[in-house]
Design a protein around this ligand. Structure first.
Ligand SMILES: Cc1cc2nc3c(=O)[nH]c(=O)nc-3n(C[C@H](O)[C@H](O)[C@H](O)COP(=O)(O)OP(=O)(O)OC[C@H]3O[C@@H](n4cnc5c(N)ncnc54)[C@H](O)[C@@H]3O)c2cc1C
Length: 391
């Protein structure tokens, strides 16, 4: 149990990653405090889609890590008490042209060889998914194991259960300084907390927490916009992405018009449980400015019409933007920091933080307890990045 303001493990950041880590650490019987500067899920984890997907992961480690996360989420759907709109229906990826269709077939082959459940879809399959699809879509692919959640509800559900396991939660407590003696001393806007171990789960703000301990963490914000469409007629049940989404995410060459390229736009359509739908998305390096850019929103809407022309007169409710915590090699940092014993980083999940939150939370719990990990952590180590001294 926490005594006063001392805790065994302090987690900084109440987004999906911090909440998942808090759940597994509290469940393991470890005294733990979650510190959040605003409210739970007030950062990127409430300004995103809710795909727990493999369909958009690079074959190999990236896909395998997502599969483990999907499996752990099935367990959580049983253990957590507050519902979080979990739907395990698989997801699909559609192609714009024959070249993409060929690439999609290759993608299915590679992922299937890796033991994952991928299938090629022909134009007839695509039309069966939704009567709203354009007639000329050459086909696509599906990943059978992909699922959807409401990330905002998921965070609250994790915290609710973790509190039953003993988690302490400090919201509206912004961490302003950290020092290290025998214990860590964490200054917040709501008082001082001491801890034996600290987990930096502050998403795109993880570098600012790092700087408090003279640590340079190479994570930068990659802004993304989402447009919320109003429920009128059921569009479809499963999540859809276009093949160009993969090209944008991994920075590969893609044929698209100037504005689509400039704002890194590619179709994502996520039906919510209430049958509203989320239309995305964009990818841009424009700092921490969270204002919605109407030009980007228009480009997203225009791109959606390429695949869903009959959506032309659908009503849209609102738009929002969030920041993906980007790392150079597209993998998160889930790692101890050798030069600061007791300090851990769990951040940098870019567009995959919803997909990878559960496996990340489990890994953090295992790293803290120095146990064997559920997947190898070498590719996620902090020291894979060259250290640049802070000026
Ligand atoms: C448009 C868009 C769509 C996306 N769609 C998907 C998707 O479908 N699937 C998927 O897997 N991923 C998706 N992502 C990515 C995913 O949303 C992120 O990777 C994930 O939310 C990151 O979670 P996090 O917990 O690391 O960060 P956050 O949710 O940002 O949490 C970090 C928390 O730290 C807190 N904090 C910061 N500084 C301090 C401080 N000094 N003191 C205390 N607290 C602090 C913040 O307030 C914040 O709540 C999408 C992202 C965007 C932008």
């Amino acid at each position: 149990m926490t005594k006063g303001n001392h805790t065994e493990v302090a987690i900084i950041g109440g987004g999906i990653v911090g909440c998942a880590a808090a759940y597994y650490i509290a469940k393991a019987g470890i005294d733990c405090t979650l510190i959040e500067k605003n409210d739970i899920a007030s950062g990127t984890s409430s300004k995103c889609d809710g795909n727990i997907s493999i369909v958009d992961k690079d074959p190999g480690f990236d896909s395998k890590m997502s599969l483990v996360s999907q499996e752990l989420t099935v367990d959580l759907n049983k253990d957590l008490e507050l519902p979080f709109e979990y739907r395990a229906l698989g997801s699909i990826l559609v192609c714009d042209n024959d070249d993409e269709m060929q690439a999609a077939k290759d993608w299915v082959k590679t992922q299937s060889e890796g033991g994952l459940k991928f299938n090629v879809l022909d134009p007839k399959d695509i039309r069966q998914e939704s009567p709203f699809f354009a007639e000329d879509i050459p086909g696509g692919l599906e990943c059978e194991t992909d699922s959807l959640i409401n990330p905002y509800l998921f965070c609250y559900s994790l915290v609710d259960k973790a509190k039953q396991y003993g988690l302490k939660v400090r919201t509206n407590a912004e961490v302003t300084a950290i020092s290290k003696g025998d214990d860590f001393t964490i200054e917040t806007s709501d008082g001082t907390i001491t801890a034996k171990k600290v987990v930096n789960a502050a998403g795109v703000w993880a570098p600012f927490i790092g700087k408090m301990l003279d640590l340079d963490i190479p994570i930068v914000p990659r802004k993304g916009h989402i447009l919320v469409g109003s429920r009128q007629q059921p569009i479809m049940m499963r999540n859809v992405m276009e093949f160009g989404y993969l090209m944008n995410k991994f920075g590969r060459e893609r044929i698209a018009d100037e504005r689509t390229t400039e704002h890194g736009v590619a179709l994502v359509l996520e039906p919510t449980e209430s049958q509203n739908f989320l239309l995305g998305s964009s990818r841009e390096f424009v700092g921490y400015d969270s204002k919605v850019n109407i030009q980007v929103v228009e480009t997203i809407a225009k791109r959606a019409l390429r695949f869903y022309p009959k959506m032309n007169d659908f009503k849209m409710i609102r738009a929002y933007a969030g920041f993906r915590p980007f790392t150079e090699d597209h993998l998160p940092i889930v790692s101890a920091v050798d030069e600061i014993p007791g300090f851990y980083i769990a951040a940098g999940h870019e567009g995959d933080g919803i997909s990878l939150a559960t496996v990340t939370g489990k890994l953090v719990e295992e790293l803290i307890q120095e146990k064997e990990t559920i997947i190898p952590v070498a590719p996620l180590r902090f020291d894979r990045f060259e250290k640049v001294p802070i000026s």
